[in-house]
Design a binder for this molecule. Structure first.
Ligand code: FAD
Ligand code: SF4
Length: 514
């Protein structure tokens, strides 16, 4: 039996769909007689970007499990299930505020600026007090990040990460990093070679329980034209499932994670990656626990240091860093377009129908499953979009819609900053630009493709390679002064005018296929 709901609550505690922190959700001074939790499944959150069905199920199923947890604990909760009409979070909240008239509405810092603004306005319209609480899920508070950023001309993840290692005493040997180095990147860039990947676990994730199956049916019925094939759903939606996924990763994948972190292979979707992005972002799994489990694996000798350091860098470094940047630079960050990219998103991003085998593989995979690993995101889909010149806002919304782990605070800096260089260098010191030769080195995609990765002109020209030279050519002025691109720019100068003219023509026809 759920707890009864106070008819005139003093305080309303809003819990958003990615704030399902079973350990920390209850404020120390919570009083069930006068306080009320509030949650809502708002359809607008699945439609403002046309979300992948896997992503929608992750959110809704995890929310319904969390609701049951609160009900079992007799915590008063007002919960709105997805209703038939279009609904927005702020609209639903507004209706309840009108009736309940609480004095205060409190929320943990939302990870989506759009949502925070909409809720704040609604609360103020209803003349209640608006309170935003610190998000204790993260290891770095926003104040600490701002302190780190203050006075620095440019921010770099590496320095932030070292500070975090020291502060949280992770992989440290006194004042020095364990193993004598902060970074083992050189050992973490192997491809699979001709023989292909070593065996990776056949079965990943967990099977849906009855409640999750109910949500799968609902999503299939409610969002039939959204991408995603739900016949196989593997994503954790409870803390226990998330912990099981962590255990599997540590035991079966972590030892190979570092070496093959950047490698790709046709029809191998998950390889040695953790698949923990979604449960960590939903707060089902504490990042401290993940870091500790990886560090223990090293200390017990079951995983090598480069793999463990490479993995911890992603969580303690990149994850905390992008969140700091998001809150530091929003709302203008989302609108940035340093390279003045002005092309619409090609239609094949929503179908996967293209002759480019690398794009087809990575797009079909994410459209079907809601997952792609980092290098597929950065060095295939993101790279194509950068070279093609897609408007950053459009590609950002596409990423936000399609990945199970997508939430604005993490998607936007990764897409707008890291992959599209639309922030002009806040996230990364240079654009991640490369020819098809990079994809050829790191995967077997090119072996089955009708294009040749090294060719930039002619009928076999690889679109990545054509667009790469065209990209450097178009941005000579803007990027010419970037020291980290000096070698690429020197190679551009070596191209003849005739060759460049042909490249420009090829790039134009890729942008405007007849
Ligand atoms: P693993 O490869 O096993 O890595 C372990 C964990 O490290 C991840 O689960 C994640 O929590 C963290 N991590 C790794 N890299 C990053 C990073 N750059 N930023 C933040 N956390 C990181 N990550 C998201 O969580 N949500 C997104 O919407 C998202 N969009 C991305 C879009 C682009 C264009 C790029 C280049 C990267 C994006 N990332 C995003 C970061 C990263 O690609 C994913 O976190 C990772 O691929 C998720 O798969 P995994 O859980 O198997 O991660
Ligand atoms: Fe992709 Fe070019 Fe390789 Fe084809 S040749 S798979 S388009 S990189």
């Amino acid at each position: 039996m759920p707890a009864s709901i106070p008819s005139a609550p003093h305080r309303l505690f809003v819990v958003l769909g990615d704030q399902l922190d079973y350990q920390r959700f209850l404020p120390a001074d919570f009083d069930p007689k006068t306080d009320l939790f509030w949650m809502a499944e708002a359809s607008e959150e699945s439609t403002h970007v046309r979300s992948n069905k896997h992503r929608i199920v992750c959110f809704l199923a995890a929310m319904r499990h969390f609701r049951n947890h609160l009900n079992d604990g007799q915590i008063p909760l007002l919960y709105h299930e997805l209703d038939k009409g279009e609904s927005s979070l702020s609209g639903l909240l507004g209706q309840d505020l009108k009736q309940l008239k609480p004095r205060l509405v409190s929320v943990v810092k939302p990870g989506d600026y759009r949502v925070e603004e909409a809720l704040r306005k609604t609360v103020e319209e209803h003349r209640a007090k608006w309170e935003v609480r610190e998000d204790e899920h993260f290891l770095c508070t926003q104040a600490e990040f701002e302190e780190h950023a203050q006075g620095r001309k440019s921010l770099r993840m590496e320095f932030f990460y070292r500070e975090m290692r020291r502060k949280h005493d992770v992989l440290m040997d006194g004042k020095d990093p364990v193993g004598g180095a902060w970074n083992f990147d050189k050992e973490n860039r192997e491809s699979f070679g001709k023989q292909g990947p070593p065996p990776s676990p056949m079965v990943r994730g967990c099977s849906p329980d009855a409640l999750t199956q109910e949500v799968i049916d609902l999503v299939n019925q409610r969002f039939p034209d959204h991408p995603g094939d739900l016949r196989q759903f593997i994503w954790p939606v409870t803390p226990q499932q998330a912990e099981d996924a962590l255990t599997q990763f540590i035991e079966e994948c972590l030892p190979c994670f570092g070496r093959f972190q950047d490698a790709m292979w046709t029809d191998e979707y998950t390889l040695f990656h953790s698949l923990l992005g979604s449960p960590i972002n939903l707060r089902l799994l504490d990042p401290r626990k993940v870091i500790e489990a990886a560090e223990q694996a090293y200390l017990q000798g079951s995983a090598p240091l480069p793999a463990v350091e490479g993995f911890i860098r992603q969580i303690l470094g990149w994850r905390e860093y992008v969140r700091g940047i998001y809150h530091l630079r929003m709302p203008e960050y989302r609108e940035m377009n340093f390279l003045e990219a002005d092309q619409p998103l090609p239609e094949f991003f929503w179908t996967g129908e293209t002759d480019m085998v690398c794009m087809k593989s990575c797009l079909k995979q994410v459209l079907d499953t809601g997952y792609g690993h980092h290098i597929q995101r950065l060095m295939v889909i993101g790279l194509y979009s950068l070279l093609h010149g897609v408007r950053p806002g459009e590609i950002n919304d596409w990423f936000l819609a399609n990945y199970v782990d997508a939430v604005d605070w993490v998607t936007t800096p990764n897409v707008v900053g890291m992959s599209q260089f639309a922030d002009g260098g806040i996230m990364a010191s240079k654009p991640y630009s490369a020819t098809g030769a990079y994809i050829d080195r790191m995967s077997n995609y090119c072996k089955k493709c009708r294009f040749q990765p090294k060719e930039s002109t002619g009928p076999d020209a690889c679109p990545f390679t054509t667009l790469y030279w065209d990209f450097l050519d178009r941005h000579r002025k803007r990027l010419g002064g970037n020291q980290r691109l000096a070698m690429q720019m020197r190679n551009l100068v070596r191209l003849s005018e005739e060759k460049l003219a042909e490249i420009r023509k090829g790039a134009d026809s890729l942008r405007r296929p007849s």
